[in-house]
Design a protein around this ligand. Structure first.
Ligand code: ADP
Length: 548
């Protein structure tokens, strides 16, 4: 027997209409790519999105057609989030930090019909356009004064084009399982693969982002959205902010420490989200301006994910900003909310060090994301906080496959997706990431966590960044090699680093060797490029030579 409740589809258009109706005057502030601040609100955003949807109709964009963006976080990009998906088309957020060959590939793979671009990417778009036969129209995300005669078919100026469209149309209704947006993973191995979100997955994911046991996005919030809108739907925050009716601050491409600080200060931001690299840049700015008092800012919560949070970063936010750090783990394939670190009531009884150890874990499971740990044979492992295994996930906002079937079957017989991460889970359900499966170091049959060693290394006051990779060893299979970037003007040598690590990691994890380097290569999404480090220091024999 079926229930008798109304079967209303969970559609993204409902979020923007809700925000306009109940939080119409709540501001959306945008640091424009072309310079200057733009101030708008949820009511104006809903109107802009509806007009945009009408404009897409005039271009012949149909349901399911892909509309690409190459853009930073701005009010125009936000209007595309709602206007494109709301009309039933699919918003394809292209990561401009990918290599041009990858960008060329994914626009063709997605068969985008319209491509909207920030001025900063105009040259790249002009160069690649002849290789994109599916794109029939290009939209420059700017006003008429910034238009240039780029050689692009069907070129439109966003502000002019949208202003001409009628407002007042209602959003179409369709199956909530329809595709809403498309985001390609950065593809450290092989071509990037498309993760295709649905309206249903996006709305359910937003609901969970509002839970006070995760990020607790709410009405009273001023939210600085640092995570790029081309990266996993900016962690779903543009949708969650509309559902909650938060004030939204969009930084454009200005993610340097000074710009982020100014936005935090001037807009009285209460909550922000970003990867550790961005926060390191903010800290550097504060180091250079010791007269700034971070506690005078209004920011009381910081969401950090994408890479592990170091002890130094966590404590600095707590002590200097008086802000709570909410570490999260997730990936493009999980929309990306997977786990979030929030304390349990019983943790108040712990010592400071014990609490710190809990806080440094990636986070605790939430409703909607089932977790599983398995060994190499696929057998379930206990959640004892020590046994490490492959992490698998299942849930309504987890990918069931990649766009156009790339990569084949990606879920097991029970529907669990293999994340490619190695983790432990403790009896309370807190997940601790050991490594990515492809980066894990196996020594004497046991796993060594490169993340733990890296985190311990950067607690040294003279260390700016650290990376650990495995070097083949005749007796132990692999041993860790530590690469360190010194802080400018600081002295640091191998023995000082090793004695620092001695009290912080178990003895058999101590790196066999420490190398000092100028910089560490990173992927377009800011992750350490360990494949390149292995090529540079292991395959080339540099590590071995230095050892002998
Ligand atoms: P990519 O396109 O590189 O897969 P994602 O943003 O999807 O980009 O990356 C997801 C991966 O990032 C996870 O599988 C995990 O390895 C890593 N990651 C995410 N959050 C954390 C975290 N809090 N700590 C450590 N690693 C993390």
């Amino acid at each position: 027997m079926l229930g008798l409740m109304q079967d209303r589809p969970l559609l993204i258009s409902s979020l923007i209409e809700h925000a306009a109706r109940f939080h119409g005057k709540t501001e959306i502030v945008s640091n424009l790519p072309e310079g200057g601040m733009h101030r708008s609100n949820w009511s104006e955003m809903a109107s802009l999105s509806r007009k945009l949807s009408a404009g897409l109709g005039t271009l012949g964009v149909d349901r399911g057609d892909r509309v690409a963006t190459l853009a930073w976080n701005s009010f125009r990009h936000l209007a595309l989030y709602y206007g494109v998906s709301g009309s039933g088309a699919v918003l394809h957020t292209v990561n401009p930090r990918l290599f041009p060959e990858q960008i060329e590939y994914i626009v063709n793979h997605a068969e985008d019909t319209v491509l909207c671009f920030d001025l900063a990417f105009a040259d790249m778009v002009e160069a690649l356009a002849p290789h994109w036969p599916s794109v029939k129209a290009y939209v420059a995300l700017c006003g008429p004064n910034d238009m240039k005669p780029w050689k692009l078919p069907g070129l439109l100026c966003f502000d002019e084009w949208v202003a001409k469209q009628p407002d007042g149309g209602s959003w179409p209704e369709f199956d909530e399982r329809s595709a809403s947006s498309l985001c390609y993973t950065s593809g450290t191995t092989g071509n990037p693969k498309g993760v295709l979100y649905s309206h249903r997955s996006t709305v359910l994911h937003s609901l969970m982002a509002l839970s006070s046991d995760t990020y607790g996005v709410n009405t009273g919030e001023t939210l600085l959205l640092i995570v790029p809108m081309f990266h996993a739907n900016a962690w779903g925050t543009p949708y969650a902010a509309a559902m909650a009716g938060s004030k939204l601050v969009l930084p454009g491409q200005h993610l340097d420490g000074e710009s982020v600080y100014r936005l935090l200060r001037d807009e009285k931001v209460t909550y922000s989200q970003g990867v550790p690299t961005v926060w390191s840049m903010l800290f550097q700015h504060l180091d250079e301006h010791p007269n700034i008092d971070p506690a005078a800012l209004s920011m009381r919560r910081v969401g950090i994910g994408g890479a592990a949070v170091s002890q130094g970063m966590l404590q600095r936010f707590e002590r200097q900003f008086n802000a709570q750090v909410l570490q999260g783990w997730g990936m493009t394939e999980t929309s990306p909310l997977g786990v979030v670190n929030k304390p349990l009531p019983k943790h108040t009884a712990l010592t400071q060090d014990e609490r710190l150890a809990v806080k440094l874990k990636q986070g605790r499971g939430m409703w909607g994301v089932e977790l599983r740990l398995v060994d190499d044979a696929g057998q379930n492992l206990p959640w004892d906080g020590t046994r490490a295994g492959r992490l698998k996930v299942r849930g309504p906002w987890v990918a069931s496959g990649y766009f156009k079937g790339e990569g084949g079957d990606v879920v097991d017989e029970q529907g669990f997706f293999d994340t490619g991460d190695i983790a432990t889970i403790d009896p309370d359900g807190y997940l601790k990431l050991v490594d990515r499966a492809k980066d894990v170091i196996k020594s004497g049959g046991e796993w060594i966590s490169s993340i733990d060693i890296e985190n311990a290394a950067v607690t040294h006051p003279a260390a700016a960044e650290a990376a650990v990779i495995g070097v083949p060893h005749p007796k132990w299979q692999e041993r860790p090699l530590l690469l360190v970037v010194r802080k400018p003007g600081c002295e640091l040598d191998q023995s000082s680093m090793l004695s620092h690590l001695q009290t912080r990691v178990v003895k058999w994890w101590l790196p066999d060797q420490v190398l000092f380097v100028e910089s560490l290569p990173r992927t377009p999404t800011g992750k350490l490029l360990k494949t390149q480090l292995r090529d540079l220091y292991v395959k080339s024999g540099v590590a071995g030579r230095l050892n002998s």
